[in-house]
Write a protein that binds this ligand. Structure first.
Ligand code: AMP
Ligand code: TRP
Length: 329
């Protein structure tokens, strides 16, 4: 029997090349071998206030982005999280079993709290319990994510295990699937920081998948590197050039070593041009597909059908969980 695979992305900010390389690319290449689910995590997006019109647009943009990245509704149940109510119900049941201390230790929470000061919404705090529910609800065993989500997968395992101990075997436990290369694409201007989709659109260090290719070329050509002028992977001492090597290797589906071999003797200017060419090739192909999906009525139909299929599976599972907990009357 095929293993279940799931991943999600929040409808906040603007989708970056890091999002593609870190999570969706892997999902797409594995979707046929698994019983696959992918969703737009709109409930997670609401853990901080979003303007209704804006989030609605981002949800549809993201849906077209996923399809243009290669998510195939023939093989994958593709939906919006809030269309399947079972996520919220299980989110509550999981949250009740989670300790305050466990959530306080989440690095993502700690860094967001440091920025927000004392006015942190409860949603931001309990966010990992909803994410755990998303995964446990489908007994997903494979979860392709970037490395910033590792801790959230670990807490999912802890919570799943706890519920299994209390109520008998209810859930399968997930493994994260973090790619060897590209699990953390860095900001081009500040290569010790992650490329983030909350950066402003004119940010020079972030490649957005909907950027026009002239802009991305400029961003790549002005990427921060070092004075060594050797195309060699060394994350610690040459984070900028290592990041560009990773981008090229992942987009070409080849190894870091192969890139080093091919470009070892090139100067940085020539190498950057090659990286820009590869990114441009990817973006032009991607953007043509994106426009087609974004303008098509098929987009909503795909999301509705995906939600129906996911719901059928989620309902069954939730009934089973309630029975195990003694609350199915
Ligand atoms: P987010 O942008 O935080 O909603 O993340 C969506 C998915 O993309 C998650 O699996 C992240 O781990 C992944 N991701 C986000 N930014 C990057 C990045 N710079 N490099 C690699 N993966 C990333
Ligand atoms: N928290 C994830 C992120 O910010 C998005 C997400 C929500 C997710 N639920 C999930 C990812 C379940 C994988 C599985 O990137």
């Amino acid at each position: 029997m095929k293993k279940t695979m799931i991943t999600g992305v929040q409808p906040t900010g603007n989708f970056t090349l890091g999002n593609y390389i870190g999570a969706i690319k892997n999902f797409v290449s594995l979707q046929e071998q698994h019983d696959s689910f992918i969703f737009i995590a709109d409930l997670h997006g609401l853990t901080t206030y979003q303007e209704p019109k804006k989030i609605n647009k981002i949800i549809l943009d993201l849906a077209a982005i996923y399809l243009a990245c290669g998510v195939d509704p023939k093989h994958t149940k593709f939906f919006v999280q809030s269309s399947v109510n079972e996520h919220s119900v299980l989110g509550f049941l999981v949250a009740f079993q989670c300790r305050v201390g466990e959530l306080s230790r989440m690095t993502q929470y700690k860094s967001k709290k440091a920025k927000a000061g004392n006015s942190v919404d409860l949603g931001l705090f309990i966010y990992p319990t909803l994410m755990a529910a998303d995964i446990l609800l489908y007994d997903a065993e494979v979860v392709p994510v970037g490395s910033d989500q590792k801790q959230h997968i670990e807490i999912t395992r802890d919570l799943g295990e706890r519920l299994n101990k209390r109520y008998g075997e209810i859930f399968k436990l997930p493994e994260y699937y973090i790619p060897e290369n590209g699990h953390r694409i860095m900001d081009l201007q500040n290569p010790t920081e992650k490329m983030s989709k909350s950066a402003p659109l004119d940010d020079k260090g972030t490649i957005f998948v909907l950027d026009d290719v002239k802009t991305t070329r400029k961003k790549i050509m002005s990427a921060v590197t070092d004075s060594d002028n050797k195309v060699k992977y060394d994350e610690k001492n040459k984070p900028g050039i290592s990041n560009l090597i990773t981008i090229l290797a992942t987009l070409r589906d080849c190894s870091i070593k192969e890139v080093e071999k091919e470009f070892g003797d090139c100067n940085y200017g020539v190498f950057k041009e090659k990286v820009a060419d590869e990114v441009e090739k990817f973006l032009l192909n991607f953007q043509a597909k994106y426009q087609k999906y974004r303008e098509s009525e098929e987009l909503i139909t795909i999301l509705h059908e995906g939600a129906k299929a996911a719901e059928a599976r989620a309902q069954k599972k939730l009934d089973f969980i309630k029975e195990k907990m003694g609350i199915a009357i």
